[in-house]
Design a protein around this ligand. Structure first.
Ligand code: GLA
Length: 393
């Protein structure tokens, strides 16, 4: 039995145990890694994530009244809420349902806010996407719940409109000011491809990203670093980018082309803001350069762009931590073609592009470097670009 069958079977078994009846269907959504383009999404810029084979599965059935009951394998608890709890100001103050169930209530809230008639439902959630590893377990949960409710209610919400709604759920009900990358990745990715997304227009292009035929692999190394102040720091970076855009008289930092970066920097007054802007503007350009290389099938050559992205996140955007930097340095020293932190920062995962034959050696080098510094040992997996959210049956 594959891991995918397993997690779906666990969701069904949980559903049957808790609700003493079979589900009407099962919906799955994956975790993601971002190949390149970090903290560019909320600056209306470019990102290039791909979905992972790790999935969250929701087994669900409609309920007679406007209530939502959800069981999670993770905690073994069943949370129940009605329309009274599906309320929020929508301006960043979290809604009344908290913890993991907030993501479920958030989706119901965002659908209702958008005018949809959301059916009451019973849900059971099982997941292989690790929590807190920066692989978008929250977006996976939102996307799987959203797909289930859209189907159960026969709602008119095509897949390409679902990321915006799931992002609204996270911003408006959970209270996290994230961009649209994660929700887009887990909903819109195709197997064997990375998703080139223009976060302003939401136009996508599926860029072939087959590693095995090229003799390559992407190692995803979980840094095991505790997320230190991640939420507050994320919000601070976002606010600083928005302030900079205002000072520069542009809608978003996306509107500063790389060739005009020096001019823009000269017009800013403090050094910290200059560094934040430099990261975003150069990172957007690195995404475009990476896409150009992938289109030309020059995959190995993206390595230096990945590493430059890391340096920029470390020195200019200031979002890395010692475990993450150690993993990147050790991977590069052991022969990785490129390596960088992926995701929001302050912990999470590092990805390293490696010759497939060297994957074990690179992973062992990272483990050894961790041992030298007495960090909690890292874990790793090899990423295969997978498909976005889908109905299983
Ligand atoms: C988190 C957010 C995304 C994005 C990344 C950084 O994953 O959810 O919207 O901003 O951080 O690239």
């Amino acid at each position: 039995m594959t891991a995918r069958d397993d997690v779906a079977a666990r969701a069904t078994a949980g559903f049957q145990r808790v609700y003493a009846s079979p589900p009407a269907g099962r919906w799955a959504a994956p975790g993601r890694v971002n190949l390149i383009g970090e903290h560019t999404d909320y600056n209306d810029g470019f990102v290039l994530p791909f979905a992972l084979p790790l999935r969250t599965v929701v087994a669900a059935a409609p309920a007679a009244e406007d209530r939502w009951q959800v069981w999670s394998e993770l905690t073994g608890e069943t949370v129940s809420f009605g329309t009274a709890e599906v309320t929020a100001t929508g301006s960043g103050t979290p809604g009344p349902v908290t913890g993991w169930a907030a993501y479920v209530a958030a989706v119901v809230w965002a659908l209702r806010e958008a005018g949809h008639r959301v059916p009451g439902a019973r849900l059971a959630v099982a997941s292989d996407v690790p929590l807190g590893a920066g692989l978008s377990s929250s977006a996976a949960l939102e996307a799987a719940v959203l797909a289930a409710l859209v189907d159960l209610g026969g709602l008119d919400l095509p897949a390409e409109q679902q990321p915006r709604l799931a992002q609204r759920a996270e911003n408006g009900y959970v209270g996290a000011p994230t961009g649209i990358m994660d929700q887009s990745a887990v909903i819109r990715c195709h197997a064997g491809h990375a998703l080139f997304l223009d976060c302003r227009t939401e136009q996508v292009e599926h860029i072939p990203f087959e590693l095995e035929p090229a003799g390559l692999a992407v190692l995803v190394i979980d840094s095991q670093a505790p997320h230190r102040h991640a939420d507050g720091e994320y919000a601070a970076r976002r606010a600083s980018c928005e302030r900079a855009a205002k000072q520069l008289g542009v809608t978003a930092l996306r509107d500063v082309p790389a060739e005009q970066l020096d001019d823009a920097l000269a017009r800013l007054t403090d050094d910290e803001t200059r560094r934040r802007v430099r990261h975003v503007v150069t990172e957007n350009q690195r995404v475009l350069d990476t896409v150009a290389l992938l289109r030309a099938e020059r995959v190995r050559q993206i390595g230096p762009l990945l590493t430059a992205s890391h340096t920029s996140m470390r020195d200019d955007f200031a979002i890395t931590v010692p475990e993450i930097d150690t993993a990147v340095e050790a991977a590069l020293a052991a022969g990785a073609l490129g390596a960088r932190m992926t995701g929001g920062g302050f912990g999470g995962c590092v990805l390293a592009l490696v010759e497939a034959a060297q994957a074990d050696q690179v992973a062992a080098a990272v483990t050894a470097a961790y041992a030298e510094r007495a960090f909690t040992p890292p874990t790793h997996t090899t990423a295969i670009p997978a498909a976005g959210a889908t109905r299983l049956d």
